[in-house]
Write a protein that binds this ligand. Sequence first.
Ligand SMILES: Nc1ncnc2c1ncn2[C@@H]1O[C@H](COP(=O)(O)OP(=O)(O)O)[C@@H](O)[C@H]1O
Ligand SMILES: [Mg+2]
Length: 401
Amino acid sequence: MEIIVDQEIKDILGKIQNPVTGKTLADEKRLSAVEINGENIKVQYNREGIAPKEKRVIEDGIYDSLEDKFAEDNITIMSFSGDDSKDVFETHGVLAEGETAESAEGKTMHSHKAPAQPAQLKPGHGPNINSEVTIPGVKNIIAVASGKGGVGKSTFSVNLALSLKNQGKKVAILDADVYGPSIPMLLGKAEAKPIANDNQKIIPIESNGIGFMSFGLFIGESEPVIWRGPMLGGVLNQFFFDVDWGELDYLIIDLPPGTGDVQLSLVQSLKVDGAIVISTPQDVALLDAKKGVEMFKQLNTPILGMVENMSYFVTEESDKKYYIFGNGGVKSACEQMDLSFLGEVPLEIELREGSDKGQPYMNNSSYEGRPVWQSYMSISKNVLELMDDGKKKGFFSRIFK
Ligand SMILES: Nc1ncnc2c1ncn2[C@@H]1O[C@H](COP(=O)(O)OP(=O)(O)O)[C@@H](O)[C@H]1O
Ligand SMILES: [Mg+2]
């Protein structure tokens, strides 16, 4: 990057404090480049040794200090670590395709107001905002997403987690569905009150052999959630980094439905190892799910594959499968989009009943061998296989079973 020496701007930026050390960016020689191009400014700094939380404080400081001179949308902040020559490019106000500035208001963690001119995110040309940050002790992070609500995303998150636990893995769930947190209810712990340990870290609640943390434990049931943008990002970061997750093989993140603030905050703050998109077979649900897939592609998040929920219904009396919402929709969508089809989960009354009672299906071995049980075993095996293989090769293979 070409360095333009504008002493006034450099002085302003130099005075910003690194909250980790209390020294200024100038003292620590962190500002590596400041490029002014008409109404636009790019600031590049060295973020070595700075945790995501403090990094946000610094970047908010940069925006605030340039407020009088540059429109917020015209400020681009780039940071790099040590002598890492690959910049982590963090533009301001990047919108996913089809979104308006209004719908994305406050979406990036540095945003204070809606961008005036929506910038389009072009696949292949947009900045790579897939974070490299991991949670210490957590080996794999899997995000569970859906295009719309009510498709069984939370039920799936819980039962996938338990299936992995049944195979000897250490697993926890982060309920990031701020708008409809249902994991506490599904795990029979709706009344639990989280406490902090001596290091001020939140201790996950234990249930059915897995740990979890949820927004639902902090808000009243009838309270509307009004967190947006930076505030939401802050709370999410607290759940990522200020929860004592311990040593985990898998952290499953139950996302809100759709393609919104939480999804973007997540991939900006954390390295997601694999996303699973869940859908019912109907056309409408599938259309929304495809948008979810497209979002992860644009954000450079590896997609493990898709799962079809509520695929069919079987009665106890016969093996006949009733394809209530149509047959094979998700599998053929996977083939079209070149994604793995991880499996299908049929409808079963006991799955819903257990969920309502906070007694999850996959923790009840009397269901072993039933269609839903077999589905979850097969899906979780596919997940384990793909994750192991993907870690070795750096990409996920495709499976269509
Ligand atoms: N395979 C299934 N068979 C029967 N009921 C299901 C199945 N999957 C989900 N459900 C029920 O559907 C409802 C919505 O599921 P939920 O997991 O809350 O969806 P989401 O998290 O996508 O909003 C719940 O009542 C749940 O028990
Ligand atoms: Mg849910």
